[in-house]
Design a protein around this ligand. Structure first.
Ligand code: NAP
Length: 281
């Protein structure tokens, strides 16, 4: 049987259509739309592109976004001040701080400054803790988008051996907790993991979130595994080797068109939910 393509681009487009209707309903009822505030610090071209893509997605669903662009030399105190202003602004429903921020900034402190009710990108410790404990919270956008994709394609998770390669705060760790919450048996691998090929080889569900082009080889992957590649590198290369993947995997995410669009649609969906909570009252 040919491998199933987990088409994030299509699911994200379908999600946007639903969100467009919800935003329009909210606008009719309250005269207002949800607003996402995006914060970009510095001039990293990739980050600029991501922020633009997120603002464009807001426009597509009929929502507004407001962009805060701070200089490369911004201090932690200056960034925290800006975040506090956005927290206090009642017309802002969600705050996205584009990651990574310049080295002099304490990124964790900046994430923690985001008010929990506006943490639509799911980056605060409180949001992570709530999610991990099964208490309602906005999920971290990339892993939550991956979970939506797996659910949409009805990929069985309970009792399956999931292997997450990568343990970052915004991807690997929350991914592992989300899979655990769905009763998968989860292994997290990282740069100190011994025998990565063998660890990858036991995965029924494999998540590549390692940030290195094609580090994970097709030859390591068990026949029939479901393979999700969160990586994206210049030239449309993921963290998992693409050659031969469709012959080994039972289902896989394309790069591009898999995880990336799901991250954006999850961020927008969670901003709409935040807007509904306040504007819908
Ligand atoms: P990150 O912060 O750099 O984390 C990478 C993780 O991979 C770390 O936990 C690191 O381990 C681990 N690692 C590095 N080299 C390894 C090796 N040789 N063997 C095993 N593990 C290794 O990256 P990230 O922010 O989580 O992003 C991961 C990937 O996802 C990147 O390709 C990024 O572009 C992509 N991404 C995509 C989206 C999207 O929307 N599509 C969003 C976010 C990220 P240590 O902890 O031991 O250092």
């Amino acid at each position: 049987m040919p491998a199933l393509i987990l088409d994030g681009k299509k699911l994200a487009a379908d999600t946007e259509s639903e969100l467009r209707a919800r935003v329009s309903k909210l606008k009719e009822a309250s005269g207002k739309t949800p607003i996402l505030a995006t914060i970009l610090v510095g001039n990293d071209p990739a980050s600029e592109t991501y922020v633009k893509m997120k603002a464009n997605a807001c426009t597509r669903v009929g929502m507004e976004s407001t962009r805060v662009h701070l200089p490369e030399t911004t201090s932690t105190a200056e960034l925290l001040e800006k975040i506090r202003e956005l927290n206090a602004n009642p017309s802002v429903h969600g705050i996205l701080l584009q990651h990574p921020v310049p080295k002099q900034i304490d990124e964790r402190a900046a994430f923690e400054a985001i008010a929990i009710e506006k943490d639509v990108d799911g980056v605060t410790c409180l949001g992570f803790g709530r999610m991990a404990m099964g208490v309602p919270a906005y999920g971290c956008a990339t892993p939550a988008g991956i979970m939506s994709l797996l659910k949409h394609y009805q990929i069985p998770l309970a009792g399956k051996q999931a292997v997450v390669v990568g343990r970052s705060a915004i991807l690997g760790k929350p991914m592992a907790m989300m899979l655990l919450n769905e009763d998968a048996t989860v292994t997290i691998c990282h740069s100190k993991t011994q025998n990565l090929p063998e660890m990858v080889g036991v995965a029924d569900i494999l998540i590549g979130a390692v940030g290195k082009p094609e580090l994970i080889k097709t030859a390591w992957i068990k026949k029939g595994a479901v393979v999700v590649d969160a990586g994206y590198h210049p030239g449309g290369i993921g963290d998992i080797e693409a050659a031969g993947l469709s012959e080994v995997a039972s289902a896989y995410t394309p790069v591009p068109g898999g995880v990336g669009p799901m991250t954006i649609s999850t961020l927008i969906r969670q901003t709409v939910e935040s807007g509904e909570k306040t504007l819908g009252k």
